[in-house]
Design a protein around this ligand. Structure first.
Ligand code: HEC
Length: 124
């Protein structure tokens, strides 16, 4: 249990460090995404989109776009398009339907700050 606790804290420190380093906050519509809050929401996405900080989710799944390093506003607006039905992929539509605008902005910023130098990043 002590080990698990450690494992959860380290990625947050790393994320905070990479935020301080890049020093930018993008905007999705008029909402400000919070990457730390987004980190608590990505459990929904882990099975399909490869998530840095989760080594267990090792293989990239074919035809699932890589989100790490993608523009945060782009991710948030893509999710909104699935929710509205402008984008048709059925699974993404039902997932996006469960997200608020704030969730989308947070998730976008979470993925935006991932980079090849993120620790335990299987995408590098
Ligand atoms: C069941 C698997 C699955 C899950 C779970 C999943 N996705 Fe996806 N996602 C996909 C697939 C497949 C696509 C490509 C769909 C398409 O072609 O429109 C996609 C596309 C996307 C896109 C569009 C990317 C682009 O480059 O246009 C975004 C953004 C996205 N997903 C975010 C998320 C987020 C955030 C979560 C968690 C809240 C999530 N997805 C959960 C499978 C999944």
């Amino acid at each position: 249990m002590i080990f698990m606790k450690k494992h959860r804290i380290l990625p947050q420190l790393a994320l905070a460090a990479s935020l301080a380093f890049t020093g930018f906050v993008a905007h999705a519509a008029d909402l400000k995404g919070d990457p730390i809050a987004g980190q608590g929401k990505v459990w929904l996405c882990i099975g399909c989109h490869s998530i840095p900080d989760y080594r267990a989710d090792y293989p990239l799944v074919y035809r699932v776009p890589i989100l790490g390093g993608q523009n945060g506003a782009y991710i948030a607006s893509s999710l909104a398009a699935y929710k509205k039905g402008e984008r048709k992929h059925p699974t993404m539509r039902s997932i996006a339907a469960s997200l608020s605008d704030q969730d989308m902005a947070d998730l976008g910023e979470y993925y935006a700050v991932q980079s090849a130098s993120s620790p335990n990043n299987p995408l590098k």
